[in-house]
Design a protein around this ligand. Structure first.
Ligand code: GLV
Ligand code: MN
Ligand code: MN
Length: 409
């Protein structure tokens, strides 16, 4: 046996066709969760799943499951997949290679007429990115019992559309699906520079950083930008400017804490009106949950002090916290064995990005296979991974799933 070898041309063809959906002029994709583009992507996936003879089900939060039966249909299945929602003007690789790689696995098994002991369930999770609806990783969170289904369906986007309404609209609100996963594996781009810098093709992921999202709003007083004296203003944007600087300084003080103010809404957003209201978000991440907790407290202090200096009112709420996760050693070793068996260079590393695997790790042994991101860049249209690395990572994913599902390659 010389290790799993996928059909690289088929995967490439699927990847290119899939990414015609929501393609942007600058080479990315725009397919946020439950948009028309996300519906088109789901429709194509379902078509391919059905053509591959898989049994497709949609659960109550719109996760897609596609089952290939095993020799023992009673055995708990190995779950393998990722997500196909994207950032706004995001990249073509984030999530997509994990789902198409899982489809390639079952097709390659079919090509060879090979059965597995355990069933394989290919999965595509709903709203991993959290760009339109917060929190992110919503589908996997519901599946893993972290979020209540009713509350998840009630999440609203900025226009007030709920997840439930949008799932209905695009035709992907399904019924509960009972699955007790034996294990979960996900192929993903690294989204950071470690693999590229070390010239290694595959990362055996040891765990995922913890992160918190805060959402806040500062209320000032709108007034004319000309005649209003500087000492008579309550400018809602000034405390937020102080906060942005403060988050940068806070994160800069510790190697393992990163912090980002990534979203601002300024009202009325006019060149000659003093800002009345500013909404903002803060994203804080670290492998250390204590470091995240400490940072949350410091951000609360920063906002309080900055608002007080300006005489402004404010609100601040933590809208999400995902604890840091360590994957079980046995599954990290599965990924390493798979890389050895397929002859792919590998190293251990930790994910700085969030993944559905964070929630799956709470209910079953969970592992991830990373492939390099060129220039360490992601969540942008120029996100890129060399095709040879995608193929190598998919071989490793397939080999690892085969070990867990009970078939030798
Ligand atoms: C998801 O992509 C995240 O890391 O925020
Ligand atoms: Mn992703
Ligand atoms: Mn992402």
């Amino acid at each position: 046996m010389s290790g799993f070898r996928i059909d690289a041309d088929r995967l490439r063809d699927r990847f290119d066709r899939f990414n015609e959906i929501g393609a942007t002029e600058r080479g990315g994709v725009d397919r946020p969760a439950l948009t028309d583009e996300n519906r088109a992507a789901r429709d194509l996936l379902v078509k391919w799943f059905a053509e591959a003879g898989l049994d497709v089900r949609v659960d109550g939060i719109g996760n897609l499951f596609a089952r290939r039966e095993g020799r023992d249909p009673e055995a708990d299945p190995v779950l393998v997949g990722s997500h196909v929602d994207s950032q706004r003007n995001g990249g073509r690789f984030d999530g997509v290679i994990g789902v198409l790689g899982a489809l390639e696995l079952v097709e390659s098994l079919d090509d060879r007429g090979r059965e597995t002991d355990r069933p394989i369930e290919v999965v595509s999770w709903t709203n991993e990115e959290g760009v339109r609806f917060q929190p992110d990783m919503l589908g996997s969170g519901v599946f893993a019992g972290v979020f209540d289904l009713g509350e998840a369906l009630a999440c609203e986007d900025r226009e007030g559309n709920t997840v439930g309404e949008e799932l209905e609209r695009i035709g992907y609100r399904g019924e509960p699906v009972e699955i007790e996963p034996h294990s979960y594996l996900e192929l993903h781009v690294e989204q950071g520079p470690i693999l590229e810098d070390s010239g290694i093709s595959v990362g055996a992921v040891e765990g995922i950083v913890g992160f918190s999202w805060l959402e806040g709003r500062v209320e000032g007083r709108a007034d004319h930008a000309g005649p209003t004296p500087m000492d008579a203003r309550t400018d809602a944007l000034v405390p937020v400017a102080d906060l942005i600087r403060g988050v940068r300084d806070l994160a800069g003080r510790s190697d393992d804490l990163v912090g980002t103010v990534g979203s601002l809404e300024v009202e009325p957003n006019s060149v000659n009106v003093i800002p009345e209201r500013v909404s903002f978000t803060v994203d804080l991440r670290s492998p250390s949950d204590e470091a995240v907790e400490y940072a949350v407290v410091r951000v609360e202090e920063l906002v309080e002090r900055a608002a007080r200096r300006e005489g402004a009112e404010y609100t601040l709420e933590r809208i999400m916290h995902v604890p840091s996760v360590d994957f079980e050693a046995e599954i990290v070793e599965t990924v390493e064995r798979a890389a050895e068996a397929t002859g792919v260079s590998h190293t251990r590393l930790r994910s700085g990005a969030g993944h559905d695997a964070s929630y799956l790790a709470g209910i079953c042994p969970t592992g991830m296979v990373f492939v390099p991101s060129v220039d360490g860049v992601s969540h942008t249209e120029c996100e890129y991974t060399d095709w040879a690395d995608v193929v190598a990572g998919t071989d490793v994913l397939c080999q690892a799933v085969c070990e867990r599902a009970g078939v030798e390659f």
